[in-house]
Design a protein around this ligand. Structure first.
Ligand SMILES: Nc1nc2c(ncn2[C@@H]2O[C@H](COP(=O)(O)OP(=O)(O)OP(=O)(O)O)[C@@H](O)[C@H]2O)c(=O)[nH]1
Ligand SMILES: [Zn+2]
Length: 340
């Protein structure tokens, strides 16, 4: 089914995801001449930690200024700060403005949850971390993350960990028709492979890392950002609240100013309640060509749908059947009939 710009606007009344580089127009507010800009690293119970570069790189703790109204502030936001922006112990700045966002990664708790939250702003890459074994890969979770990434205007990257335990080839075959970029990592006898390749793909970008518990995401983050633990620790020294235990995202600058990784502890997948079901098929580019024989207005989850026969003919390759199953599961979980 063709994408409709009208549907798009209606389903997305708050903030529209933008392709990289195209900033949304917003009404300019009066500028604070003395404001400095910073990047939000952590959001913790009404307090924000921003990395400020001007006048020496430092972490500045801030609260929101009243003039922001109800505007949310999330990890990855570029904010304008006034007041005490020294970053000294006990200092507290005020955030007076949030810059227009280039992208937003949204999350609903599940597919029926009407409350969507913006998880991260301004990221351009979604890194889906999956172990090849222990735990087993979960193709449906991966499909779901791919839909969320495309929908947010972010580029997906698959990271397949623990290739010392299982061969990556059979898994990769499933995703070959999608042409998604990937990196394979391993650890054997203390030696790691793939981390430098991954680092190259993260260079200069803002990448959100997502993955189930146990897939080796923390291991990767620690290899990429050697002082990751300390970085989060410093933030908490500032808030005086001890360990950072919340499940919110944390932005970590990569060494040498070469981009950012945003870790999302406790976030395993995305509810897709904000994604219009009619748009989901467009995120399955391997299946979309098979819809030309569908009746008009086909939901792709009905008897007349042409996709079943098309996939059975082998037109979508060996992964076609499981991909169609994945598509239909996503559609079903999103259909209004099941929505309540
Ligand atoms: N064999 C093997 N084990 C690995 C590899 N990477 C990580 N592990 C192990 O997998 C386990 C989970 O790794 P973590 O980095 O803690 O995984 P995580 O995804 O951060 O999981 P949580 O901390 O629960 O969120 C640990 O015992 C790691 O030592 C790998 O490449 N190969
Ligand atoms: Zn159809």
């Amino acid at each position: 089914m063709a994408r409709s710009t009208r549907d798009y606007d209606e389903s997305d009344v708050r903030i529209r995801p933008n392709r990289r580089g195209s900033r949304p127009r917003t009404k300019e507010r009066p500028a604070h001449a003395d404001a400095v800009t910073g990047r939000v690293l952590v959001v913790d119970r009404g307090r924000y930690t921003a990395l400020v570069s001007r006048g020496g790189e430092r972490r500045v703790l801030a609260m929101r200024a009243r003039e922001l109204g109800r505007k949310g502030i999330v990890v990855g936001d570029e904010v304008h700060l006034v007041g005490d922006v020294s970053g000294d112990d006990g200092s507290l700045a005020r955030i007076v403005r949030v810059s227009p966002r280039m992208t937003v990664l949204r999350r609903t708790a599940d597919d029926t949850d009407p409350v969507e939250r913006i998880l991260v702003a301004n990221a351009d890459q979604l890194v889906v971390v999956t172990a090849l074994a222990n735990p087993e890969p979960r193709p449906r979770m991966i499909d779901r993350c791919l839909v969320a990434a495309y929908d947010a205007g972010m580029e997906p990257l698959l990271v397949l960990t623990k290739s010392d335990l299982a061969d990556a080839a059979p898994f990769l075959e499933q995703y070959a028709p999608l042409d998604v970029r990937y990196v394979v990592t391993s650890r054997a006898d203390g030696a790691r492979t793939g981390v430098e390749e991954l680092r190259a793909l993260l260079a200069g970008r803002v990448s959100v890392l997502i993955g189930h518990s146990g897939v080796g995401k923390s291991t990767l983050v620690n290899a990429l950002v050697p002082d990751a633990l300390r970085a989060v620790g410093v933030v908490n020294d500032v808030t005086g609240r001890g360990r950072h235990t919340s499940s919110s995202a944390v932005a970590l600058p990569l060494p040498d100013d070469d981009g950012w990784v945003i870790d999302t502890p406790g976030v395993r997948s995305f509810g897709l309640a904000h994604v219009d079901p009619a748009r989901i098929i467009s995120h399955f580019p391997d299946l979309e060509p098979g819809t030309t024989q569908c009746p008009r207005g086909c939901t792709h989850d009905e008897e007349e749908c042409a996709l079943g026969a098309w996939v059975d003919s082998g037109a979508a390759g060996p992964a076609g059947v499981s991909r169609l199953e994945s598509l239909r599961r996503l559609l079903r979980s999103r259909s209004p009939a099941q929505g309540e």
